[in-house]
Write a protein that binds this ligand. Structure first.
Ligand SMILES: *Cc1c(COP(=O)(O)O)cnc(C)c1O
Length: 425
């Protein structure tokens, strides 16, 4: 028995399913989740001391690799001055000013403690601002686990093929309208059918919770036009893409403007942080300035803020990081292409910036249905062989891989070599 197997048996007695977030459980790929002990740079080490090259990077935050020294040092220094005040601090202003300086269309920002909180608060704000109840989301997009978003959601909800979620009432779900990703006509039809009732359209501008799905040319611009015409708030969920695709996130990278933007993951440098922001015209409706209530005991927590601030400042001051990330991801893409093209199995590799995913599909994977129709049993096998050989990939075809800048070309070569061996099964 490995240490992870022992720990998993023990964990299951006091933690539901042995994990504190479902996608960690390996339920769909089978086997035992690996319990980690420490990590540095591109590598993680499990409870048995085995080393892994990490392609999850805490699901995004570790964009500069694990235990990035300036962040660790900043946290250590800050902790000595108390871990929480529950009162305003100058550091929160510095964080807000930094985000506003980096993110297009963000005049004001409110800090929260997770991406879930950011998205549910942004939706409430859009509803409060427009006085409308319904909103549109896309099949396979994940916006955290607030009730309203769990309709046709991606990530774990898709991985475990959960159709209806006990505990989410029909009354709540009724106001969630869904359309396939990249299907502008479907959105147009929903808007016609529910004229004047739709508060918001929320989207992952590059989707990462059904594998990596790229918006087709004109799709996001088309949504922008619909929102402008119908007075709908356009929300970019940049929890994954924010500060990852560019210092200004997907808005910057894709040249499309959002009305509200949500952040998480990278924004906290590994601490529990989220944020939502946007134009002052909308943000001024948030309490205590307006009546849309939103609050948090630990929001703007000093440890979380200094970790996030240090991370974002590094990204802002070193734009070459994005070029490096892109080169590394392209190199991985090329390597995987050379391995997979030699096989008799159809495959698709989707890549955008430092997000990449492999689908064993004979059709383009441009929405959830296509991702779900792929040979995900083969993906699961691939995952396990890679894991056995020290390559830590997301345990589901419905997740993007996250590249960190700590990864070296040599690490990528090693990964590609192992992929090659794994297919000689
Ligand atoms: C991870 C994620 C969330 C949820 O963030 P949490 O911090 O896990 O609550 C929301 N939206 C997107 C796009 C995500 O990738």
């Amino acid at each position: 028995m490995t240490k992870s197997e022992e720990l998993f048996e023990r964990a299951k007695k006091t933690i539901p399913g042995g994990v504190n977030s479902p996608v960690r459980a390996f339920k769909s790929v089978g086997g035992t989740p690996v319990f980690m002990e420490r990590a540095k740079g591109a590598y993680m080490y499990d409870a048995d001391g085995k080393k892994y090259i990490d392609y999850i990077n805490s699901w995004g935050p570790m964009i500069l690799g694990h235990a990035y020294e300036p962040v660790v040092k900043a946290i250590q220094d800050k902790a000595a001055g108390s871990t929480s005040f529950g009162a305003p601090t100058e550091l929160e202003i510095e964080m807000a000013e930094l985000i506003v300086s980096m993110a297009p269309n963000v005049d004001m920002v409110r800090m929260v403690s997770s991406g879930t909180e950011a998205c549910m608060s942004a939706l409430r704000l859009a509803r409060g601002y427009t006085g409308r109840n319904k909103f549109i989301k896309f099949e396979g997009c994940y916006h955290g686990h607030a009730d309203a978003f769990l309709v046709k959601a991606g990530s774990g909800v898709a991985t475990f093929n959960i159709q209806t979620i006990p505990g989410v009432t029909a009354g709540v779900s009724m106001d969630t309208l869904t359309a396939p990703y990249n299907d502008l006509a479907a959105v147009q039809q929903l808007v016609e059918e529910h004229k004047g009732e739709i508060a918001a359209i929320i989207i992952e501008p590059v989707a990462g919770n059904m594998g990596c799905i790229i918006p087709e040319a004109g799709f996001l611009q088309g949504l922008r036009t619909i929102c402008d015409k119908e007075g709908i708030v356009f929300i970019f969920d940049e929890v994954m893409t924010g500060f990852r695709l560019a210092a200004g996130g997907a808005q910057d990278r894709l040249g499309v403007n959002a009305d509200l933007v949500t952040y998480g993951k990278v924004i906290g440098g590994g601490m529990p942080v989220g944020a939502f922001g946007g134009k002052k015209e909308i943000m001024q409706h948030i309490a205590p300035l307006g009546n849309v209530y939103q609050a948090g005991t630990l929001s703007g927590n000093p440890i979380a803020m200094i970790a996030g601030y240090t991370m974002l400042k590094t990204l802002k001051d070193n734009p070459s990081i994005y070029k490096d990330l892109e080169e590394k991801t392209a190199y991985l893409h090329k390597g995987l292409d050379s391995v997979l093209s030699a096989l008799n199995t159809p495959y698709v590799i989707n890549r955008f910036g430092s997000m990449i995913s492999v689908h064993f599909s004979d059709k383009p994977v441009n929405n959830f249905a296509a991702a779900a129709a792929a040979n995900n049993t083969l993906f699961n096998k691939f995952f396990h062989v890679m894991l056995d050989n020290g390559i830590y990939l997301p345990p589901s075809a419905f997740e993007t891989w996250f590249i960190s800048n700590a990864l070296s070309m040599k690490d990528i070569d090693e990964t590609v070599d192992i992929a090659k061996e794994s297919f000689n099964l």
